[in-house]
Write a protein that binds this ligand. Structure first.
Ligand code: AP5
Length: 189
C-alpha cells in the first residue's frame, strides 16, 4: 500500500500517518520530521533549511527531494509507505513519479485531510508539544497561507490523476481513521 497524506498544517497528517503506517505495517515517511531531524543534529542540510522551517516557508524542492529520496526507496523495499507532507508542490509531485520508480506510482491513493482553517489554527495553537518553533501564531498563519498558495493546487492534479480521496478531518481521530479506511476499501471494489 502506498499512501500520500495531503492537508493543511494541523489537519492531522502526522497523527493519521502514524495510525495508518501501523495499520498497514509500512513505514511512515514524514518530510517535516526528516527535516526537523536534520535541524536537530546540526547537519549541513539542517543549517540550510532551519530558517525556512522557522518562518513557515517551504524548503526548496531540490533539498526536500534529497531528504526524502532514500526514505522512499527504503520504504519501497518494506512494501509501501505513508508519505506525510511530501509532495507539497506541483514540482515535487512530478518529481515523485521518478522517486517511486521502479514501482511506477508514488501512491495508490492520495488522502486529503480536509479541515477548515479555524480548526487547524485551534489545534496548532493548543498543541502540547513545545519544540515546534513554527507553532507561533504568526508562523501558523504563514503556514496556512503557504498551504493554500502552494499545496492546494495539488488537489486538482491528483483529482485528475484519479487518486484523490477527500476525508472530512475535523472529526475525532478514530472517526477520521475509520473514514480513510472505508474510502480505501471502497476504492478497491
Ligand atoms: P510538516 O512537519 O509537514 O508540518 P505541517 O504541514 O505544518 O503540519 P503539522 O505537522 O503541524 O500538522 P499535521 O497536519 O501533521 O497534524 P498533526 O497530526 O501534527 O512541515 C513543517 C515544515 O517543514 C513546513 O512548514 C516546511 O517548512 C517544511 N516542509 C515539510 N515538508 C516539506 C515539503 N515537502 N516541501 C517543502 N517544505 C517542507 O496534528 C496537529 C495537532 O492536532 C496535534 O496536536 C494533534 O494531536 C491534533 N489532532 C490531529 N488530528 C486531530 C483530530 N482529528 N481531532 C483533534 N485533534 C487532532
Amino acid at each position: 500500500m502506498r499512501l500520500v497524506l495531503l492537508g493543511a498544517p494541523g489537519s492531522g497528517k502526522g497523527t493519521q500517518g502514524a495510525v495508518l503506517a501501523a495499520h498497514f505495517d509500512i513505514p511512515h515517511v514524514s518530510s517535516g520530521e526528516l527535516l526537523r531531524g536534520h535541524v536537530a543534529t546540526g547537519s549541513e542540510l539542517g543549517r540550510r533549511v532551519r530558517t525556512f522551517l522557522a518562518h513557515g516557508e517551504l524548503v526548496p524542492d531540490d533539498l526536500v527531494v534529497d531528504v526524502v529520496r532514500d526514505a522512499i526507496a527504503s520504504a519501497g523495499d518494506a512494501g509501501g509507505h505513508v508519505l506525510d507532507g511530501f509532495p507539497r508542490t506541483l514540482a515535487q509531485a512530478k518529481c515523485a513519479f521518478d522517486l517511486a520508480a521502479p514501482t511506477v506510482a508514488i501512491a495508490d491513493a492520495v488522502i486529503y485531510l480536509d479541515v477548515p482553517d479555524d480548526v487547524a489554527r485551534e489545534r496548532l495553537t493548543g498543541r502540547a508539544q513545545t519544540d515546534r518553533v513554527d507553532d507561533a501564531p504568526a508562523v501558523i498563519e504563514q503556514r496556512l497561507e503557504v498551504f493554500h498558495a502552494e499545496t492546494a493546487p495539488l488537489l486538482r492534479f491528483y483529482e485528475q490523476s484519479g487518486l484523490l480521496v477527500t476525508v472530512a478531518a475535523e472529526k475525532p481521530v478514530d472517526v477520521v481513521t475509520a473514514a480513510i479506511l472505508d474510502a480505501l476499501t471502497e476504492r478497491q471494489r
